[in-house]
Design a binder for this molecule. Structure first.
Ligand code: FRU
Length: 327
């Protein structure tokens, strides 16, 4: 039997690796490159991006994926593979691991919860895969770039608006987003800061975990316990709508105001036009910005660690003029 020289073996091995990368449609940066650095030195002609979405049960996340797809479709060199964790943290952890073993060129994640998703993302970074975190934060700094609006500022603006609307005093129900996720924590903290020292009294507070059916059930309890409720502040529009439906079923929807966050044209803004919500605060999905940022990273450009998106307030007075920007 003829022996194959070592150099030939090496050449064959590198050829196989290249072939594997091509057949799997993936290109990736060199493992071991420092986390956070622009890991892809030379522009390539084909990149697979893994997008890990925590849940597609709410319209806002469907819009986020559509925004990502629309932006990526303008760049033929990009292919985005979407995975939906169906609101299951363990499934989302598994999705990250799958993307890492598939060797995607870059990862976008909109995580369900901060703590449990921090470690798999840190491992992706350690494997040389840049990661863009969208909308909900992780713990620590093991990611390439975070993109999202300022939830504390939105919560604060909601609080200020509510104080003004109720003339400085009133009984309020707060329906919170998942409190193990950072937007829930920040929308709560900003709101509480704004109402501190005023006559606004939060008489009922519950975690509806971003979900309309939960918000409806929690609101039924609030209605059963309190005869007088002036306003419901929900951390998202599905929550505010669930509360409205509960109040409507009890014949009490006209006695109180409803305020939400997200402000999608087809959801929150439509509710404002219909007179269901008194106000909604825009929470941009960041899908387009994620693709712009991904391209920069893939081309070896430096990107900021944080990209903060703006927000707008929509009320019946401002909605026809496109709302009002938060300052
Ligand atoms: C959708 C959603 C939005 C909310 C965002 C916060 O899952 O609940 O309604 O603004 O997530 O991360």
């Amino acid at each position: 039997m003829r022996l194959i020289p070592a150099t030939t073996l090496l050449w064959l091995a590198s050829g196989c690796a290249a072939l594997l990368a091509l057949t799997s449609g993936c290109s990736r940066s060199t493992p071991g490159e420092p986390a956070g650095a622009a890991p892809v030195k030379k522009a390539k002609d084909h990149y697979v991006i893994g997008m890990s979405q925590c849940n597609l049960g709410e319209p806002w996340r469907v819009v986020m994926n559509a925004n990502i797809k629309a932006a990526a479709d303008k760049h033929p060199e990009l292919k985005v593979v979407f995975k939906d964790a169906q609101n299951d943290t363990l499934q989302q952890r598994a999705h990250i691991e799958e993307f890492v073993s598939a060797g995607v060129a870059l990862l976008i994640i909109s995580p369900k919860e901060a703590q449990p998703l921090t470690e798999p993302v840190a491992k992706a970074m350690a494997a040389g895969i840049p990661v863009i975190v969208l909308d909900r934060r992780l713990l620590g700094d093991q990611y390439t770039c975070f993109i999202g609006a300022d939830n504390k500022k939105i919560g604060h603006a909601a609080g200020q608006w509510i104080v003004k609307q109720l003339g400085g005093k009133g009984k309020v129900v707060e329906l919170e987003g998942l409190m193990t996720s950072t937007p829930g924590q920040d929308r709560h903290a900003g709101f509480r800061e704004a109402i501190a020292g005023t006559g606004i009294d939060v008489i009922f507070e519950a975690d509806m975990k971003w979900l309309e059916p939960n918000a409806r059930t929690e609101m039924e309890s609030a209605l059963a316990r309190f005869d007088k409720i002036d306003l419901v502040y929900a951390h998202n529009d599905p929550g505010a709508h669930g509360a409205y439906l509960a109040a409507q079923a009890a014949g009490r929807d006209k006695q109180m105001l409803f305020v939400g966050i997200d402000g999608l044209p087809s959801e929150g803004q439509a509710y404002v036009r219909q007179g269901i919500l008194s106000a909604t605060f825009e929470y941009p999905t960041g899908g387009g910005e994620a693709i712009d940022t991904a391209l920069k990273i893939l081309h070896g450009e430096k990107v900021p660690k944080e990209i903060v998106l703006g927000s707008r307030l929509f009320t019946k007075d401002t909605i026809d003029h496109g709302g009002e920007a938060l300052r």
